[in-house]
Design a protein around this ligand. Structure first.
Ligand SMILES: [Zn+2]
Length: 263
């Protein structure tokens, strides 16, 4: 599940593969950029903001541009050596190819692919709340933004990237389990919002630099989460069957005994 940590890792992959290089070619398989050719463009750096990827480029005239992409539920970028076969996903899912002398970056099933002036990045990411994995992470601001909608369920509020940027469904479910809070609890009734966002940040940060997402400290298959993806399995803390239900537009997993309803 691409969440803030996955996107952060992906930004590092693109940084290692392309930063400092001059592109020798590009292939955009998205209608809005079908005629764009980035041959001769310099790759300056690769960054992430919440779940958004920002590849910063310089055109031959020295102007700054940003290639934006979003992974949503299913997107991925992979770096290959020149001449290596692109085997990560089926070819029909390829949306962007960026070629450099040392590496080829292939973007699969990307969403919101856009090329904008770097000075106008805010038009794409300016609405986001503080980035859990950003250098400017600000837990107080995240708490203020959450608290501004006191009747919203905490399960939906944590997923709203305008409150804080980087939490997806997996971390939402896991954080609320660890805090003993039902996902349906209104924000105003959550005992410690600051503790909740701080824990979310710690869980994402712990998974930087690896592709296995674990909130338990266990990396083996079947052991990586407390509640996420574990419907009907026994709670690791109390043995009660984990439940799964829709909450807003997403499903949520929780332990009805460890996470009693409040408010
Ligand atoms: Zn339990």
């Amino acid at each position: 599940m691409p969440e803030g940590d996955t996107v952060w890792n992906t930004a590092r992959v693109l940084e290692r593969a392309l930063a400092g290089a001059r592109l020798t070619g590009s292939d955009f398989r998205v209608p809005q950029l079908a005629t764009t050719d980035l041959a001769g463009w310099a790759v300056r750096e690769s960054a992430s903001r919440g779940k958004h990827l920002l590849l910063r480029l310089g055109d031959p005239a020295g102007e700054d541009w940003t290639l934006h992409s979003h992974l949503r539920m299913d997107g991925a970028w992979r770096a290959y050596a020149p001449g290596e076969r692109w085997t990560a996903r089926p070819a029909h899912l390829i949306r962007v190819v960026l070629r450099s002398p040392g590496a080829v970056a292939v973007g699969y099933h990307l969403h919101e692919v856009a090329l904008v002036r770097t000075a106008e990045e805010a038009s794409l990411v300016g609405h986001l709340g503080p980035d859990l994995l950003g250098p400017d992470w600000d837990p107080d601001q995240a708490v203020r933004r959450l608290a501004a909608h006191p009747e919203q369920s905490i399960g939906e509020a944590l997923l709203d990237q305008r409150n804080l940027a980087g939490v997806g469904n997996l971390y939402k479910c896991e954080v609320l389990f660890l805090r003993g809070v039902s996902p349906w609890t209104p924000v105003r009734a959550v005992p410690d919002l600051a503790g909740t966002v701080t824990l979310a940040q710690r869980l994402l940060a712990a998974n930087r630099g690896r592709w296995t997402q674990s909130t338990t400290g266990v990396l083996r298959r079947g052991g990586t989460s407390y509640v996420y993806g574990r419907r009907a399995q026994p709670c690791r803390r109390c043995g009660t069957a984990i439940r799964k239900e829709e909450l807003g537009e997403r499903v949520t997993y929780w332990c009805p005994a460890c996470q009693p309803e409040r408010g």
